[in-house]
Design a protein around this ligand. Structure first.
Ligand SMILES: Nc1ncnc2c1ncn2[C@@H]1O[C@H](COP(=O)(O)OP(=O)(O)OP(=O)(O)O)[C@@H](O)[C@H]1O
Length: 298
C-alpha cells in the first residue's frame, strides 16, 4: 500500500441498544478500490456515512484524506465524492441542467457533457429528472458523485436497480476513475461486482470485520479444495481435492481420453462469503437514514 487515504481504528456506533458498528479497523490505500460486503443490517451504511461525514461516531479514530470527517471543512468536502440515494430536489431540471448546476460547486469539476456521456445518458440529457427510470436516475446520482473530480469516492450500493448493461457501463466508469487514481470505497450486495472492481474487500457482520483481503484469496479461497466432477456409468461422481490436476490426469488415464462431463471448480467468492457470514445475518429495519440526507455538497 502506498499512501493511506482512509484510516479507521476502533470505530463504534450504537443506535440505542443496537451496536451497528462494533470496533471496526480499516486501512485503504490511495488509488485502491475497496468493497465493503455484508448482510443487511451489518453496519456497512453506518460505517460509510461516518466516513462521509454524514453521521457522528461514538468512538474510534477516523481519517479520510488526513481529515476527521466528524469535523469536515469545505475544502475537504470538495475532495470527497458521495453518491447519495436518489433525491427529488432537482426533479424539474433536465439531466444536463442538474449536472451543470452541481458542477458549479466545485473548483475542478468535470466537463458535464463528457460526464453525461460516460454514464450513458447522452440521449436523455435534455429530459427532466422526473421523466427518467429508476436506473437512469441512479446514473445521475453517480454522475453527481463524481462531478467534482473527487480524490475519494464513496458509493453505497451504487448499482442497485441497474440493468445488466448499465451495471457493466458503471463498472467501466469505476475502472476508469480508479485508473485516474481515485480512491473508491463501495458497498455492494453483488459479489460479481466486488470481484470485478475491488482490489480488496472487507466482509462485515454485526458491526465487525470478519475477513479482509483481495477477492481472489479472501477467506482462504485461493487454497481451498477444488471440486472435480464427472459422469461414470450414468452416475455423477464428485471429489474434493487439493490436487485437482493429478485427479484429472488419473481420470484421463482411466477413461483413456475424454472424461464424460468433466468439471473442475473452486469456491466462488459467493461460496466463501456465505461461509463467512454463516447464520449471523441480521434483519434490516425498514428505515432508510440515507434517503433523508441532503445533496447539497457544501
Ligand atoms: N438511524 C438509525 N436508527 C436506529 N437504528 C439504525 C439507524 N440506522 C441503522 N440502524 C441499525 O443499525 C444496524 C446497521 O445498519 P446499516 O444501515 O449500517 O446496515 P447495512 O449493512 O448498511 O445494511 P443494508 O445492507 O440493509 O443496507 C441495523 O441493525 C440497523 O437497523
Amino acid at each position: 500500500m502506498t499512501q493511506t487515504a482512509v484510516k479507521v481504528r476502533g470505530l463504534a456506533k450504537r443506535y440505542g441498544e443496537v451496536r451497528a458498528v462494533d470496533g471496526i479497523d480499516l486501512e485503504i490505500g490511495t488509488g485502491e478500490v475497496f468493497a465493503i460486503l455484508g448482510p443487511n443490517g451489518a453496519g456497512k451504511s453506518t460505517t460509510v456515512e461516518i466516513l462521509e461525514g454524514y453521521r457522528q461516531r461514538d468512538a474510534g479514530e477516523v481519517s479520510v484524506l488526513g481529515t476527521d470527517p466528524g469535523h469536515p471543512t469545505r475544502l475537504w468536502r470538495s475532495r470527497v465524492g458521495i453518491v447519495l440515494q436518489t433525491a427529488n430536489d432537482t426533479a424539474e431540471l433536465t439531466v444536463r441542467e442538474t449536472i451543470r448546476h452541481f458542477a458549479g460547486y466545485y473548483p475542478q469539476a468535470r466537463d458535464p457533457d463528457a460526464l453525461i456521456e460516460k454514464v450513458g445518458l447522452t440521449d436523455k440529457a435534455d429530459k427532466r429528472i422526473r421523466q427518467l427510470s429508476g436506473g437512469q436516475r441512479r446514473r445521475v446520482d453517480v454522475a453527481l458523485g463524481v462531478v467534482g473530480n473527487p480524490e475519494v469516492l464513496f458509493l453505497d450500493e451504487p448499482t442497485t436497480g441497474f440493468d445488466p448493461e448499465a451495471r457493466r457501463r458503471f463498472w467501466v466508469l469505476i475502472q476508469d476513475l480508479a485508473q485516474e487514481g481515485t480512491t473508491i470505497v463501495l458497498t455492494t450486495h453483488y459479489l460479481d461486482e466486488a470481484e470485478a472492481l475491488a482490489d480488496r474487500v472487507a466482509v462485515i457482520t454485526k458491526g465487525r470485520v470478519v475477513a479482509e483481503g483481495p477477492p481472489a484469496t479472501l477467506g482462504g479461497r485461493a487454497v481451498a479444495k477444488a471440486q472435480v466432477s464427472w459422469l461414470e456409468e450414468g452416475e455423477r461422481k464428485q471429489l474434493q481435492t487439493g490436487t485437482p490436476t493429478r485427479t484429472v490426469v488419473e481420470l484421463t488415464r482411466r477413461f483413456d481420453g475424454e472424461v464424460p462431463e468433466l468439471t473442475v471448480t473452486r469456491p466462488s467468492l459467493e461460496d466463501i462469503y456465505l461461509d463467512l457470514i454463516g447464520s449471523s445475518s441480521t434483519e434490516p429495519d425498514d428505515h432508510s437514514p440515507a434517503a433523508s440526507r441532503s445533496r447539497d455538497p457544501r
